[in-house]
Write a protein that binds this ligand. Structure first.
Ligand code: ITT
Length: 196
């Protein structure tokens, strides 16, 4: 089975490859294609955007496609940055500026008010028009400063519940074993196993 991964985010690609490492599925990424459609994430929710991305690429290439839409929801910020996580500090999607803005907004906010969660929606658009959606979340707190160099996005300032390290201090396999994306991908793996 051929499966396109509808993302340009290398961090996501690495995690998806690790989680879907299984016999019978050949994963394809944007680097293999000479043209790759630009998709506007105009949805109001993670689920809408995951479906928009998966269907757009499936419609273009006519191949089974999965997409990931994910984000960080901070309770003190009433769920922000949420669906706008990658563009929080501006349209240039700069992860360092996004973290700077988040830490600034949480200046002086004590640890027990810094709870947050990562949320991930994985959409599978089948070549013959079916659609499947899986979800995962990971609870934690926002650290006062960056720690670690692994992962991507907000990982250096996210401490998963029950851990004393940041998400960026975990290995790829450790992150997948507890993360929002790892959980959604394990569910999607079961769906794919039922299809091949
Ligand atoms: P694609 O749309 O091409 O998949 P993207 O990075 O723009 O790439 P999203 O629109 O889903 O993807 O934005 C998700 C953002 O949420 C991401 O850029 C990070 O800022 C944040 N995020 C999601 N999962 C994360 C993770 O596992 N670790 C750290 N930050 C994460």
């Amino acid at each position: 089975m051929d499966l396109i991964i509808a993302t340009r985010n290398q961090g996501k690609i690495g995690e998806i490859r690790e989680a879907l490492d299984m016999l019978g599925v050949v994963l394809h990424t944007f680097e293999e294609f000479s043209e790759w459609p630009q998709v506007d994430e105009v949805g109001q929710t993670l689920e809408e955007n995951a479906v928009i991305k998966a269907e757009a690429l499936r419609n273009h290439f006519d191949v089974h496609t999965i997409a990931d839409d994910s984000g960080l929801e901070v309770n003190f910020l009433e769920g922000r940055p949420g669906v706008l996580s990658s563009r929080y500090a501006g349209p240039e999607e700069d992860p360092e500026r996004n973290i700077d803005l988040l830490l600034k907004e949480l200046t002086s906010v004590p640890e027990n008010w810094r709870s947050a969660r990562f949320v991930c929606v994985i959409a599978l658009a089948l070549a013959e028009n079916g659609l499947r959606v899986t979800k995962g979340e990971c609870l934690g707190t926002i650290l006062p400063e960056r720690r670690g160099t692994g992962g991507f996005g907000y990982d250096p300032v996210f401490q998963p519940a029950g851990f004393s390290s940041s998400m960026a201090e975990l290995s790829l396999a450790e992150k997948n074993s507890i993360s929002h994306r790892g959980k959604a991908l394990r569910e999607m793996k079961k769906v794919l196993e039922g299809l091949i």
